[in-house]
Design a protein around this ligand. Structure first.
Ligand code: WTA
Length: 613
């Protein structure tokens, strides 16, 4: 199946010898070996050959009505100029270029220029702080960074170049920073900076594409795990592209001529697969959304749908929940008759109320809603309805059925595959698929431990799931300490790391709790060092600021509860389960507390929580 799809849907320089050579138990995942291709050729040249003037990108800029259209021919030219520039400035095949830019054509051209010359890209979400950025640049060992002078979002200017300046100060690997101009304001240029727009104009519009092996690295993308540092997941060329293209076409019923509107930022996997690679591989027209769902008002998405004639809209549950609260009139004001498919669940579950509203109000009850389950690790959608199939049923809030070639299994607590149709358990995938991540950059051992060893022979997703008697899947949430805030994935351990570095903090425990709009909020229990006066200065505010500054704004705790001690087992392990129950107000089901070192800690925390909320 995959070999036939790869032959039919990709343009090869040399065709592959074997479809796959994989052994999940050893974390060996190799697809289409012997094959050579260039991803940028697949996303650009082959469409320029047939329809050069077709619009590839619609850049939906922050100010409504100021969109910019870029044709396939223009995007190829930009990509080639940029590819030549990178080559001339010493970027070589196998290098990794970090891209810190908002969603815009130059960012897409940067990604594709890397692909053109055989360099890997590492896009860092432009909402990340200088410190988070520098950690990712260092881990990826990038010597080249591409950024913009300033970003513009929700009517506000964001000083991206300044953040890069701060980040590269602690990155000895960085030799050059390309700065594109998003606004008029000149950036203060340092010795490593290069004016991107100007330099690009000096380059040729033809750039020889590198012949890449199927399994060469296409990109790294950092995401949070349950412990320690973010991990740089590695995606490779042919398998990733094929999987992104196929899922884009079949999950959303994308047809030639459609305008595809994925509003996710290119800094996340959703932006990679469904704003860039999937649609472009399919020769589609894709929207790059620079703004926010509420700028200049809560009708923004639907006004954009009307103005651009969007046919498939793919958005996050957190935004849908937010817009639902503003009422139907913001939707009904605009003509949404072009819409055919609505997609959701960019990183988190959608509750039934939000699903129903999306379906009934936004889609006028006529557009199927696809609740798509997947992860940075899976490269593309793995479980989701495929509404184009005759008789395909869709149940609100359920991700429904596996995509072609995906074999989900549910494991019980003992690690056995659950054979009965109706079951719940840890969600694993039994067979490798082309789009899956191959490893963690510089840490294959961690890849094995996280995904391959928990259930030998299976890929472990970290999520729990329920399978109905009809065989439909519903995702029940993470089984580890990863939480999802407004669709942004973050490990609680990462937040604790920052909180614990505050000089007045002795220790902390961070958990996620249900939040109306964000899906999950961040709740921090903090023990201050002895003798610290909690009244002095606003410790809570200080901690919130620290987390925002060190990681990103969305990671900042919504609630900070200062406690005398944390509930721990006698062996010193923090009992997070108990903390979660307290915050979710499920006091009757705190569970067995007999292993607690000091049971009075729990009573104190319950009392403190009541006073705080
Ligand atoms: C969660 C985003 C419920 C899940 C594409 C997963 C979902 C994590 C769904 C990955 C869904 C994703 N229903 N939960 N349809 N889709 N998730 O890597 O916990 O940012 O493990 O990828 O989001 O988040 P990531």
């Amino acid at each position: 199946f995959w070999a036939a799809a790869a032959r039919r849907r990709l343009r090869w320089i040399r065709t592959f010898d074997t479809a796959q050579d994989c052994d999940l138990s050893r974390g060996k995942i190799r697809w289409f070996e012997g094959g050579r291709l260039n991803v940028s050729v697949n996303c650009l040249d082959r469409h320029v050959d047939t329809c050069p003037e077709k619009v590839a990108l619609i850049w939906e800029r922050d100010e409504p009505g100021s969109e910019v259209k870029v044709t396939y021919r223009e995007l190829l030219e930009m990509t080639c100029r940029l590819g030549n520039l990178l080559r001339r400035r010493g970027v070589k095949r196998g290098d990794c270029v970090t891209i810190y830019m908002p969603s815009c054509p130059m960012a897409v051209a940067s990604m594709l220029a890397c692909a053109r010359i055989g360099a890997a890209h590492n896009v860092v979400f432009a909402g990340f702080s200088a410190e988070a950025l520098s950690e990712r640049i260092r881990d990826a060992q990038s010597s080249t960074v591409i950024t913009v002078n300033q970003g513009v979002r929700g009517g506000k200017v964001v000083e991206l170049k300044k953040t890069v300046d701060e980040a590269v100060r602690s990155c000895s690997s960085v030799q050059q920073v390309f700065v594109a101009m998003r606004t008029e304001k000149p950036a203060e240029m340092t010795a490593v900076d290069v004016a991107l727009d100007e330099e690009m104009l000096k380059e040729e519009v033809v750039c020889e594409p590198a012949a890449m092996d199927s399994e060469d690295v296409l990109f790294l993308l950092y995401t949070s795990g349950s412990t320690g540092k973010p991990k740089g997941l590695v995606h490779t060329q042919a398998g990733y592209l094929l999987y992104a293209a196929l899922t884009h076409r079949y999950v959303f019923s994308y047809q030639d001529g459609d305008v595809f509107g994925c509003v996710a930022d290119i800094g996340w996997i959703t932006g990679h697969s469904y704003a860039v690679y999937g649609p472009l591989a399919n020769g589609g027209t894709t929207v790059l959304f620079e703004s926010t769902p509420v700028y200049p008002n809560p009708g923004r998405y639907w006004e954009t749908v009307q103005r651009l004639g969007i046919n498939q809209f793919y958005g996050a549950p957190t935004a849908i929940r937010l817009l639902l609260k503003y009422g139907d009139q913001w939707v009904q004001k605009y003509d949404r008759s072009t819409l055919k498919t609505l997609g959701t669940a960019v990183g988190e579950p959608i509750n039934t109320e939000a699903w129903e509203w999306y379906h009934r109000v936004v889609g006028d009850g006529r557009c199927p809603v696809v609740d798509t389950w997947w992860q940075t690790e899976t490269g593309g959608i793995c479980i989701s309805p495929r509404p184009a199939e005759p008789g395909a049923e869709i149940i609100p809030g359920m991700a429904m059925r596996p995509f072609f070639g995906i074999q989900p299994v549910l494991m019980d607590a003992e690690g056995n595959v659950q054979n009965s149709t109706e079951a719940s358990g840890a969600l694993c995938i039994a067979q490798p698929w082309p789009g899956m991540a191959r490893t963690i950059h510089n840490d294959h051992q961690r890849f094995l431990e996280t995904y391959c060893h928990p259930y030998p022979g299976y890929f472990f997703t970290g999520d729990g799931a329920y399978r109905s008697k009809d065989g439909y899947y519903q995702i029940t949430g993470r089984l580890d300490d990863v939480i999802n805030v407004s669709g942004h994935r973050i490990g609680t351990a990462e937040i604790e790391d920052v909180v614990n570095q505050c000089p007045v903090v002795a220790e902390s425990a961070v958990i996620g709790y249900s939040h109306d709009i964000k899906g999950q909020g961040v709740y921090a229990f903090v023990v201050l060092k002895q003798g610290v006066d909690a009244q002095k200065g606003d410790v809570s505010q200080q901690l919130k600021d620290m987390v925002s500054k060190r990681i990103a704004k969305y990671a900042g705790p919504d609630c900070i509860q200062l406690v005398k001690r944390l509930p721990k087992t006698r062996s010193g392990k923090i009992m997070r389960r108990v903390l979660r129950k307290i915050v979710e107000r499920e006091l009757e089901s705190l569970g067995d507390l007999s292993t607690l070192d000091d049971p009075t800690a729990v009573q104190e925390i319950i009392q403190g929580h009541k006073e705080l909320c």
